[in-house]
Design a protein around this ligand. Sequence first.
Ligand SMILES: [Zn+2]
Length: 421
Amino acid sequence: MNRPVRIINMTDSGRTLSVSINSKKFTTPTRAVIHTELDKFAQLVTRYQKQISSVEPPPSEIQETVLDFTKGSLQALVSRNEEVPRRIASLKKRNKNGSNRLKICNPRLTTQTETVNINEIRMLALLQIEAHCLDMITIPDPSFTNPSADLLDAALAQARKLADDHGMDRIPIMPLFDLKTEPDDLELRLKRVLDEGHTFIGFRYRMKKFASMERVRQILADKEVWVHLTGVFKNHSSRPIKPQIHIMPLYSFDSVSSYKYFGGPRKSSSEALEFPIVPERRDPGVRVYLEHMTAHIPIGIIDPLANERRFDSNALGFLTKDIHHDLCGDALNCDCFICAGRTIDQFYETYGIENGSPSLPRLRLHQNIHELYASHSEFQAAQKRLTNESYLEYLREKPVVQQYLKNEREFIISSRLDSFT
Ligand SMILES: [Zn+2]
């Protein structure tokens, strides 16, 4: 039997894999799309259907549907009959935009409690099985604070049995770990799932968990295992132009998806100033993000679009219009249907204005969709480079990342940079 995951090449930093599941094939590193991004794309196509005849859908090979669970809604899965069908319907609806992509679910736990019990895990597995629209079953680690991996073992065994009992003995089970897990506990878990023969392993991104990310790299970099990372802020941190998604392959994450905001689409920065979004602020990651966003809005805004950042693949970063001019000149470095034939000024003029007034939501919709295409094709360029050089070498040629590597002293790749020079 062909191996589902094959290492094409491995370097000092970063690797490229060939992954094949259910006749769906892709090469890594790559960018996955989440369902809200596909919803935005559908929204944009509806808007333009009269002007453009056909638009290629976002080229990502992996599609992730995020389902949020509080402790209450987890308990409801077990105790209320209407809850599982409701979640299955939601999963199918969110999956509807998929074409031939590999489809995975991300059951995201928003619960403050540290442990998910085995009955709740069973229902998380069951709803994914009964939905009949996924290529694998994702099982979150039931307790990232528990020093033993026993609960994890029980959860994965439970999901496996349930899938087998439903005649789905070939569907893979993907354990999903939280990068909040302390490195030693994470190592124990990773060794356990490797011993059990798991070929697909997922992680939930958390900010600045460098020690855990480095441990992932140490353990998984030379293994024929597809490593997926979910929920990465595209450009968070005090350096707004940092291309977080594109840094992650340094840690042997093979595919990366972006963060889905709680409570629907994220608001524009000016809206965030005027109408604090209470549910989102409960999430520490989003609170940091909003504080960062508001810190960058000057008092007495003259050009509300001046701080808006567009992803540029040559610079590999999120650039304001002014920074784009400094680093890249007028050219857009992208042939997606949003950018093709335009200069940077034309991009902002075309998409930043609606009914004669500046419009942040309109600009961001276009920036976000453009980024799906541009990031994907940039990852494809990186794949080619990884066949004979390291990911770090590739990153070091990118102007934004050069600056970032120089300045972020606490970031572990800086020390790695030293060791390679
Ligand atoms: Zn573009």
